[in-house]
Design a protein around this ligand. Structure first.
Ligand SMILES: [Zn+2]
Ligand SMILES: [Zn+2]
Length: 745
């Protein structure tokens, strides 16, 4: 056994005098180490060991002639590693060096001790000066680096080793660590060399070497190579199975993953929780309802104990399929719920449009004693945004303030979104300015909010302020370009699209191009818009064409409108919006034959016009009005109010715009129809139920018609109220006879 003579390494550890230790028996060793440990608690210093020896009057100590037997030193090192006692480990290290006793095995024990105590630099220093090393030394240090998140250092250790010292090359453990490190740093070439070596040395027969290879390929190259390794595995191997599925999922190759899973369904008895989570995630992403349900029932049949992870994966899978009901059932069946799973199921409801359900869950969660966190608040606020439920949103705002979560960035951002979508841009602005910090989401939220509310100048101002702090993103430019559209800033819009976006490295998408169409239309450049659409290589969607179509309607360019409308109906004959816009256009041109024709086609194809519905929140209750609705309990008062309002606004110039009526009926009757448009009913109801001067917030599912728009402008004058209407396209804020949309929507 070679001895090591490196007294200098640990000069910092000074052992005074000849302080040494001699243990006569194993029992004594136990007692001794216990005493050492208990005493170092009081003197936690590097030389505690030495001080201790001096302070011990035990007859075991014979300072002048002491030495530590090799066996004792190994036992001590093992014990100190288990108890993570770094100081005593260092002391032994110093002692062994001083006594010229440090051999390979002891050095390996010491490396292990340093690694376990998180002292990688000490382990490395010792490793570097070892005259002799073996697989154990190398792997202990490499694994230490790898697990501490330094895979490059692990590879560096390997490169620094003299492989001729290893009796027969790296063993399976070292090879596994090597492959794992290659995977982390995407070192494909080195990984391939390891593969070659594994084949030549026969180490590939070890299942963990194969799994490491599989993992390395799935990280570094395509799944093709990983699959090749997978195919060489003779029987079902749970780790390989999990690796290959997760690899495919990471690469988004759902079809291949599905193939592997289908082949392994019969092996389900051996699946573990990791497999279930991976496979359920796969079923969620690939929307494979059959397999997903099959796996779920297998889990129930096998009585697999639901870990929170498996349970949440099931909840999530149903949620991604849009099956809120089953997701709720799975959630209700969870034995261990926590705030994360509550928040997750609320998020699923919100994403699938079940906003009220999400808010109910929020209340339930509080009742059973779980405190919401910042994400729960954010989800609940998003649900309020979906409902435009300003009152509930206000209540949540107060709730978050009391519980101390309002200061969280996520909550602030969700509040901006909620206030903006509920029609209260002033509150959104207040939240934004009161936030101590803004991130890109805060900026995007406020820019988008201004833009939706027609405050295009404010949106652009916020954008220029943002540029000093953040780099704009894809979403930012949607808000900015739509603001440019609102102001008709054609040159500026094209500058952002063609220069600034390129400068910050964002490839414009169809949303941005659609904003450009909106911008050209707004500026009245319909033919340019039409040309831009035909000659720009973009995969235009129906939204873009519809933007052009409605512009044709606004600018009364019925010739182009008809062309565009027919083009859209070629793409999607069942598009309700286009059928209605075309029909509106014919109606405006008094071409009742065209109206009748479209209505006939719609009847034939069984396309139903979505009924116009408006709703308003009064004292936490939502009142819904359909056009020509007669069911509301307050209907007679509402009718009276509408008649009163119409009479009042006629005095200041209101003329019913009967062009907005689709029906081919007598003019007097058309005027009757207009009175009962759902937004007029909701506004009248709001005026009855709210105190004078209070703003009125109304939501509508369709685009507001021209007549209601003019009427509401005038109603805002005669009642001296601010009336905010969110329709399918945007917000209209009516005040003193003016709408924030500048009559363009
Ligand atoms: Zn209307
Ligand atoms: Zn408007």
């Amino acid at each position: 056994m070679r001895l090591m003579t490196y007294n200098s390494i640990y000069q910092k550890i000074k052992i005074s005098g000849n302080g040494c230790i001699l243990f006569s028996s194993d029992r004594a060793l136990n007692d001794q180490s216990r005493r050492l440990e208990s005493m170092t608690v009081h003197r936690p210093c590097a030389n505690g060991f030495a001080l201790l020896i001096h302070s011990m009057p035990s007859p075991l100590f014979q300072p002048a002639q002491a030495f530590v037997s090799r066996r004792n030193s190994l036992d001590l090192l093992k014990r100190f590693t288990e108890t993570r006692n770094l100081n005593l480990g260092k002391a032994i290290n110093a002692h062994l060096i001083r006594m010229f006793q440090l051999d390979l095995i002891q050095a390996n024990y010491l490396i292990n001790l340093y690694v376990k105590c998180g002292q990688l630099h000490l382990a490395r220093r010792l490793f570097d000066i070892m005259p002799e090393r073996n697989n154990v030394s190398g792997n202990a240090l490499m694994a230490g680096y790898f697990h501490a998140g330094f895979p490059l250092e692990a590879l560096d250790v390997f490169k620094s080793m003299d492989l001729s010292q290893l009796s027969c090359g790296p063993n399976e453990y070292m090879l596994t660590t090597l492959l794992a490190s290659c995977a982390e740093v995407r070192a494909l070439e080195e990984g391939q060399q390891c593969h070659e070596y594994a084949l030549k040395s026969g180490l590939v027969s070890h299942s963990y070497v194969r799994n490491a290879l599989l993992h390395m390929y799935s990280k570094c190259s395509g799944m093709e190579d990983a699959l090749q390794v997978f195919r060489t595995i003779p029987s079902f191997d749970i780790f390989a199975f999990n690796s290959i599925i997760n690899g495919f999922l990471e690469h988004g190759q759902l079809n291949y993953a599905m193939e592997v899973v289908s082949g392994m369904v019969k092996e389900v008895a051996w699946w573990d929780h990791v497999s279930y989570v991976a496979v359920l995630g796969l079923c969620a992403d690939s929307k494979d309802l059959n397999l997903g349900r099959q796996i779920h029932s297998q889990i129930l049949r096998r009585g697999v104990e639901f870990s929170v992870f498996v349970g949440s994966a099931i909840v999530d899978m149903y949620g991604k399929w849009g099956d809120v009901q089953s997701s709720r059932c799975a959630f209700d069946g969870l034995l261990n719920k926590n705030v994360v799973s509550w928040t997750a199921v609320m998020a699923i409801c919100t994403q699938n449009g079940c906003f009220e359900e999400a808010l109910k869950l929020f209340l339930e969660m509080e009742v059973v004693g779980f405190r919401p966190n910042e994400f729960t608040y954010a989800v609940a606020l998003n649900a309020c945004a979906g409902l435009s439920a300003l009152k509930n949103g206000d209540a949540l705002n107060a709730h978050a303030e009391i519980s101390g979560y309002k200061a969280h960035l996520t909550v602030g951002n969700a509040l901006i979104n909620m206030y903006s979508k509920s029609g209260s841009i002033d509150d959104a602005k207040r939240v934004f300015t009161s936030m101590p910090h803004h991130d890109i989401i805060s900026w995007n939220s406020i820019i988008t909010a201004y833009s939706h509310h027609g405050l295009a100048n404010e949106a652009l101002e916020a954008f220029h302020k943002m540029l000093k702090e953040e780099v704009p993103t894809y979403v930012t430019f949607i808000g900015v370009l739509s603001a440019c559209g609102h102001l008709g800033l054609v040159d500026e819009g094209f500058y952002y699209l063609n220069h600034l976006m390129r400068e910050v490295g964002i490839r414009p998408g169809v949303e941005h191009y659609t904003c450009i169409i909106g911008m050209l239309c707004r500026a009245g450049l319909l033919d340019e818009a039409d040309r831009f659409m035909r000659y720009t290589c973009v995969d235009w969607d129906i939204v873009a064409w519809r933007t052009l179509l409605s512009a044709c309607q606004v600018h009364r360019n019925y010739g182009l409108g008809q062309k565009v409308g027919e083009h859209i109906l070629k793409l999607d004959p069942d598009d309700v919006g286009t059928n209605i816009l075309l029909s509106n256009m014919y109606a405006k041109a008094h071409r009742w034959d065209g109206v009748v024709n479209i209505r006939k086609l719609m009847r034939e194809r069984d396309i139903k016009k979505e009924p116009g519905v408006s709703w308003i929140q009064v004292r936490n209750e939502t009142h819904v009005f359909a056009s020509e609705d007669k069911k509301h309990p307050w209907m007679s008062q509402i009718n009276e109010k509408v008649a009163e309002l119409i009479a009042q606004i006629k005095l200041i110039g209101y003329v019913p715009n009967i062009g907005s009526v689709l029906h081919d009926v007598e003019d007097e009757q058309k005027e009757e129809y207009l009175r009962y448009h759902s937004e007029k009913l909701a506004i009248a109801f709001g005026l009855i139920c709210t105190p004078p001067g209070a703003p009125i917030h109304v939501m509508k599912n369709l685009r507001m018609c021209d007549d209601c728009h003019i009427a509401t402008k005038l109603i805002s004058v005669v009642t001296n109220r601010k009336i905010i209407v969110r329709d399918a396209n945007r917000f209209h804020c009516f005040e003193s006879g003016i709408c924030s949309c500048d009559d363009y929507w």
